[in-house]
Design a protein around this ligand. Structure first.
Ligand code: IPT
Length: 952
């Protein structure tokens, strides 16, 4: 006996029924529209069929129901909980069946038409996004049902509308057959999460239309042709264009590029509607094996962007979308892959307006089938092909009029199969003006670009050289890294090395860092919650927090690094010549929008500044620009030139003066601190004094420097492992974080071998090693003083067979109190060996609290690199050589044990300071390669010194 009846559509592989065919999306027109966003009545059931559809009938009393905001996700509004999995389906894999437990949200909205709603004409009800399956009724009539969460669906409703008391009922099921196609690495968040709009459709209104606007870079003309389902006229006043739909017009134009996003305002006028157009002329082609726009190869400096807001989930408001685009532009990002679904349409309007290359991706991922060797993969099963084609069509039809979109992507991580080929063929047939991307098929059967994710530097270089082999078709294609630089926690490291490789080979056309923003959910318990924090039975922890922005959209150090690595102007000096080499690395723009300034710093203090006249170089050009005479003839100490490229005028994305690029170079070297060992250790009552310092006579431990108490000073090799140290479970390479812990580097024992007061030095000898192992480090601390200042030289010699690098190497100690921190060295933000290009040498100040980088899952953070000297807690510390400075109100052990920021609170001891001679690189092994060998902190003999003095 079968009892599956009214909810059969939920598990039906079809995309739905009742909706209108997809069509072009436009932001506005002179036809009326009425937003149905706002408060809706809401009832949650445990199963798809727990309630009948009587709620959809007029007169239903929903008085006892809850309220939710639309757009929104009910699980973020107190009904049920979010679930995070990366690629595992959070339900048994038995396509297209879904669990009986299928949270189902009935949504109800009663509305009157606005007073000025026209009597004539039709009306369409549009849903811009509902996860994952919805059935819709208006005034008791069943309109149909649909799947395809991040895609628009429209229903014709004029025959049902009334002036007042319309009852719109929407039943939303969390799980449906569609869920099998939506296995993206993100929170599962059911709900009506994008706009709901009623659109008036006057007689003679526009239906679908396709704006074809190409650019011929030889003749510098644009050709415009608007194909329209409904005939009409197209006008572009600025270009003097007046044409019929379907008619081609060629006129001189300024082309659209991401760097110069020139848009022309036009109008499509049909008999019943005037639709504003924003037209960008550009031609995308594959030529000479390269992705070219307007005749020139482009280099993508991209990011993968999921839609995210820490409170509202994927229900983004316009302001947040604008903030994303502004932040991207201000950080030199020129491209975005809309991983892994078409974004809110307003985001694409912003990309057109402000200038970003877009890879627009279909809402498709079936990653979980990898667990069964891709058996039953819907993309290789003809029964699912209509659903796939529907997704392709809804993406392309909605978004085809955006000049910013240069590449369509079939989806992400969906294996291979006939369904993908069907999608590709359909897309090519519909739009031959753009290229096609899909990463999951190594043969590139359906694509115009060879795309990979997380390939290591060496492989990318091989691909650049064309030495990667592969099928013939692939060898002819340009290459992009559609994902790289996994920005989980502290990292990624290695971006500069990738960029160098991208810039060395034409075939390499850049990449897209994974990913834009941490999907942390604001949560009273934890600050930001991640996978597992809602009691999910399956989850992938903080793998959902792997962005260049923190959940609150504060840029992480990774984003600051990326901005520097991809800056469009290279500024390089030379030690002697008195010149600076400026190169234009834009693909299209010359440098006329920038002004250049110089400053000259002695020991980090600016002693002169001015402007530099740099020619308006064309893309690819460079010039040797003469610097002025140094403002001080003989610099007493270290001197640097810092040259900056700033916006000369306000732009739509940043104000005048915004720094686009900079370069810094030393012209006279630093004098390292020297301390003549004129004092000797003086033994006393349980103490030894040496210059300004006192030591414990038995243990040799430093106790005071002048009036400053110091505790626990000793060699330190441990850091709170980063997500990238830990590496992903599936990584086959060595994962250092695991090895370190297995070796016991987090529980090193310090054996005291000798305390030796000598004539001019106090020497303390130790051996530092973990239990159960025969490897260790002999560490000798040699203290000397000139009476005022105290110098420590640490000599470290590895003993035994060290096959792993060290996490860090330096000393740590506690100060009883510290707040303000000043330093001369790299700043203002944190830096690690393979993520330090954005670290600028200068004088910086901060506070202990502000030195912390708030990674959602706490881990090593906050090191300032190349520090020459620092002042903290009453101490001045000079380094020989320069060091990494870290200070925090908790120990490394506490940091290592914390799962959320809220687990960290100031420990009694005061402030813990690490002065590191070295740090291991960061890499990106939480999904990609670990740090490159040059950034490994090898266990080898080392000697480094610090000079301490009390700040008088
Ligand atoms: C890759 C996915 O495409 C992306 O969605 C995300 O999960 C990313 O990894 C990791 O954060 S897939 C991975 C198996 C390479």
């Amino acid at each position: 006996m079968s009892i599956r009846t009214t909810t059969e559509y939920v598990e039906d592989v079809s995309p739905g029924s009742g909706a209108l065919p997809p069509r072009a999306r436009y932001a506005s027109s002179d036809a009326k529209s009425f937003s149905l966003n706002g408060g809706w009545r809401f009832r949650l059931s445990d199963t798809a069929d727990a309630e009948d559809d009587s709620f959809a009938q007029e007169g239903y009393d929903a008085g006892g129901w809850a309220d939710v905001s639309v757009p929104g996700h009910w699980v973020l509004q107190g009904h049920g909980s979010p679930v995070y999995t990366n690629h595992l389906y959070p339900f048994p894999v038995d396509p297209p069946r879904v669990p009986t437990e299928n949270p189902t949200g009935d949504h109800l909205r009663v509305f009157d038409l606005p007073e000025d709603w026209p009597d004539e004409g039709g009306a369409v009800l549009r849903f811009d996004g509902v996860e994952s399956c919805a059935r819709v009724w208006l005034n008791g009539t069943d309109l149909g049902e649909f799947k395809g969460s991040r895609l628009p669906h429209e229903f014709a409703v004029s025959h049902l509308l009334k002036a007042a008391g319309n009852v719109l009922a929407v039943r939303v099921h969390q799980w449906s057959a569609g869920s099998y196609l939506e296995d993206q690495d993100q929170w599962w968040l059911p709900g009506i999460f994008r706009d709901v709009t009623l659109l008036h459709r006057p007689a003679g209104c526009a239906l679908d239309f396709f704006v074809h606007a190409s650019y011929d870079h030889v003749t510098k003309t644009g050709t415009l042709c608007v194909d329209s389902e409904v005939d009409g006229r197209v006008t572009v006043p600025e270009l003097g264009v007046e044409a019929a739909t379907g008619e081609s017009v060629t006129v001189p134009v300024e082309p659209w590029t991401a760097e110069t996003p020139g848009l022309y305002d036009g109008v499509l006028a049909t008999a019943g509607e005037r639709v504003p157009l924003r037209i960008g002329f550009r031609t995308v082609e594959l030529s000479d094996g390269l992705i070219k726009v307007n005749g020139r190869a482009v280099l993508f400096k991209g990011v993968n962007r999921h839609e995210w807001h820490p409170v509202r989930g994927r229900a983004l408001d316009l302001e947040t979308m604008r903030e994303d685009v502004l932040l991207m532009k201000r950080h030199n990002i020129n491209a975005v892959r809309t991983s892994h679904y078409p974004p809110h349409p307003a985001f694409l309007d912003l990309c057109d307006e402000l200038g970003l290359w877009v890879i627009d991706e279909c809402d498709l991922e079936t990653h979980g089938f990898t667990e069964q060797g891709w058996r039953d993969n819907p993309v290789d099963d003809d029964r699912w092909t209509p659903a796939l084609l529907d997704r392709a069509a809804r993406t392309v039809e909605r978004d085809k009029n955006h000049p910013s979109i240069v590449i369509w992507s079939l989806g992400n991580e969906a294996g291979t199969g006939r369904g993908l080929t069907a999608m590709a063929e359909w897309i090519r047939g519909r739009d031959s003006s753009r290229l096609l991307h899909y990463e999951g098929d190594l043969t590139c059967r359906d694509t115009d670009v060879y795309a990979r994710m997380y390939a290591d530097h060496a492989e990318v270089e091989r691909i650049g050289r064309g030495r990667d082999g592969g099928p013939h078709k692939r060898r002819e294609l340009p290459f992009i890294l559609c994902e790289y630089g996994h920005a989980m926690g502290n990292g990624p490291g290695g971006l500069a090395d990738y960029q160098r490789i991208f810039e060395s080979y034409d075939r390499l056309q850049g990449g897209f860092v994974w990913e834009w923003i941490d999907h942390g959910i604001e949560d009273e318990r934890y600050g930001y919650a991640y996978g597992g924090d809602f009691g999910e039975e399956l989850h992938d922890g903080n793998f959902v927090c792997d962005g260049l922005l923190f959940p609150d959209r504060r840029p992480s150090p990774g984003l600051v690094e990326y901005k520097k690595v991809i800056e469009p102007v290279a500024i390089e000096g030379d030690r002697t010549g008195g010149t600076v080499r400026v190169a234009n690395k834009y693909d299209f723009a010359d440098l006329s929008a920038l002004v250049f300034t110089w400053t000259y710093e002695v020991n980090g203090e600016p002693v002169g500044a001015g402007t530099l006249s740099v020619p308006a170089l064309s893309p690819g050009e460079s010039a040797e620009v003469k610097l002025p005479e140094p403002p001080v003839a003989e610099a007493a100490g270290e001197a640097h030139w810092t040259v900056r490229a700033l916006l000369a005028a306000d732009t739509p994305w940043a104000p005048r003066g915004h720094v686009v690029a900079w370069g810094q170079f030393a012209v006279s070297p630093r004098q390292v601190p020297s301390v003549a060992a004129t004092d000797g250790p003086v033994p006393g009552d349980g103490l030894i004094t040496l210059g300004p310092a006192s030591f414990d006579a038995r243990t040799g431990a430093l106790l005071t420097v002048g009036g400053v108490d110091v505790t626990g000073l000793r060699l330190d090799v441990w850091r709170a492992v980063t997500d990238n140290d830990d590496g992903a479970a599936w990584q086959t390479d060595v994962r250092h974080g695991l090895l370190w812990r297995r070796l016991g580097l987090h529980r090193m024992r310090h054996r005291l071998d000798a305390v030796e007061p000598g004539d001019d030095a106090l020497t303390v000898r130790t051996r530092v090693a973990p239990a159960a192992r025969d490897i260790g480090l002999s560490a000798e601390y040699r203290w000397t003083s000139d009476g005022n200042r105290l110098r420590l030289t640490v000599s470290v010699t590895p003993q035994g067979d060290w096959t792993v690098p060290l996490p860090r190497l330096g000393i740590r100690f506690a100060l009883s109190a510290a707040d303000q921190v000043r330093w001369y060295g790299g700043g203002p933000g944190e830096a690690y060996p393979d993520s330090r290009t954005a670290s600028m040498i200068g004088r910086w100040q901060s506070t202990v609290d502000d030195l912390q980088t708030p990674y959602v899952r706490p881990q090593e953070n906050g090191a300032r690199a190349d520090v020459r000297w620092a002042e903290i807690g009453g101490l001045r510390i000079e380094g020989d050589p320069e060091f990494f400075l870290t200070a925090r109100r908790w120990t490394t052990e506490q940091l290592d044990a914390a799962a959320h920021r809220t687990d960290l609170s100031p420990s009694g001891a005061g402030v813990w300071v690490n002065l590191d001679h070295g740090q291991h690189g960061l890499g990106s092994q939480s999904c990609g390669p670990g740090p490159l060998p040059p950034y490994h902190l090898r266990a080898e003999p080392a000697r480094f010194s610090f000079v301490f003095s009390e700040i008088g």
